[in-house]
Design a protein around this ligand. Structure first.
Ligand SMILES: Cc1cc2nc3c(=O)[nH]c(=O)nc-3n(C[C@H](O)[C@H](O)[C@H](O)COP(=O)(O)O)c2cc1C
Length: 364
């Protein structure tokens, strides 16, 4: 079914304006008669921040911003789905066009700017699926015009705790001016203090809901020292590395599109994001687990993220070029690797190359 969807749908989607193609993909997932969630090989199971993941491959934030199709995405084979970014109040985001493909580079540039239907609408949808099972995380952000951005994160943790498997605080989108400043110094410290206080408050009412922090791959290493130090002090449940990059590698082939402002993702992000993941892993010293995101498009790139320090991964951009069949291909490849190396599970490989990676020349 998923193979058929890819074979018929993808050539058509690639002809459409990217944002229209995205709307059509969501609509198709909503209507497609997908098979029920299938059982994953037990070798792929991962336990992290108190949750049992059937496999380590997650749908990254930004694809299902308004929680329209989380269950369809779980049926496609993802081990977990992250919806959002959600903002407390509805907001339209930036003017279109704001989403661009770079086909020769298998990259994507977006400057959507947190288009969100708002927390109330998303909460209603998630409340309707309570009891459906599967791990569905909620990625929260701040409204562009918010007077107290930190409060936007806190309020949404309060709101979504009963329906979220975990939270991701997105403080790393490049498309909301000033948002990335939340990663800096005292402001970051205050954000973590208030967010972790909300987590503790909600724990008493709704049970434990882990809180993760999603960072930019563009931090300097000294900024990363500070971020990891604060995250460890405040005992966050995990970190995601990372979001899109504002950098443009000199070797991009689609030079014209590369000039579009926004965050770059997909294959051109892989080397930078994987290096930052390894740099984070050596600083975290197993204090909490890491989720590797950025440029995953195969079994090999997934394995590289795991060996750089991730026990879970997420992807988005590669689906534009390779379709949803990629998820099963990655899982098959991981099982083959684990079997042939006689590993007991993903955990045996997490961080195996991290130290060596941090000694390599900085990726161009
Ligand atoms: C169109 C698009 C929209 C995105 N929107 C969000 C978002 O709302 N929140 C977020 O945390 N990340 C967002 N991201 C970033 C992805 O979650 C991911 O971190 C990044 O794209 C790197 O993964 P990839 O190379 O597999 O796409 C978006 C990415 C794309 C391509």
């Amino acid at each position: 079914m998923i193979g058929l969807y890819d074979a018929l749908g993808r050539p058509l989607l690639s002809l459409l304006e990217p944002e229209n193609a995205h709307h059509l993909a969501i609509k198709t997932l909503r209507l497609a008669p997908l098979p029920n969630r299938s059982q994953d090989d037990a070798l792929l199971a991962v336990r992290a921040f108190g949750l049992n993941f059937p496999n380590p491959v997650g749908m990254a934030a930004g694809f299902d911003k308004h929680a329209e199709v989380p269950d369809a995405l779980l049926r496609v084979g993802f081990g977990f789905v992250e919806i959002g970014t959600v903002t407390p109040l509805p907001q339209p985001g930036n003017p279109r066009p704001r989403l661009f493909r770079l086909p020769p580079d298998e990259g994507v540039i977006n400057r959507l700017g947190f288009n969100s239907e708002g927390a109330d609408a998303v909460l209603r949808r998630l409340a309707m699926r309570v009891g459906a099972g599967g791990i569905v995380g909620v990625n929260v952000g701040a409204n562009k015009d918010s007077a107290d951005r930190i409060d936007d994160y806190v309020r949404q943790i309060d709101m979504f705790a009963p329906v979220a498997s975990y939270f991701t605080c997105n403080i790393s989108s490049p498309n909301t001016p000033g948002l990335r400043d939340l990663q800096q110094g005292r402001v970051f410290d205050e954000l973590l203090a208030r967010v972790m206080e909300a987590r503790a408050r909600m724990n008493r009412k709704a049970g434990t809901t882990p809180v993760l922090i999603k960072i930019a791959p563009d931090l300097t290493l000294s900024e990363l020292d500070d971020v990891v130090g604060a995250a460890r002090r405040h005992r966050v449940d995990g970190m995601m590395i990372g979001n899109t990059t504002v950098l443009r590698p000199a070797w991009l082939r689609d030079r014209e599109t590369a000039h579009e402002p926004g965050g770059l993702s997909g294959r051109p992000l892989f080397a930078l994001a994987t290096r930052m993941l390894a740099e984070t892993y050596v600083r975290v010293e197993n204090a909490f687990p890491l989720v590797g995101v950025g440029g995953i498009d195969s079994g090999e790139t997934t394995l590289a993220k795991i060996r750089a320090g991730a026990c879970l991964v997420q992807l988005y951009s590669a689906l534009v070029f390779h379709g949803f069949g990629l998820v099963s291909r990655i899982k098959r490849s991981l099982v083959d690797t684990l079997r042939s190396g006689q590993y007991a599970g993903i955990g045996d490989l997490v961080g195996a190359d991290a130290a060596a990676m941090t000694a390599e020349p900085w990726p161009e």
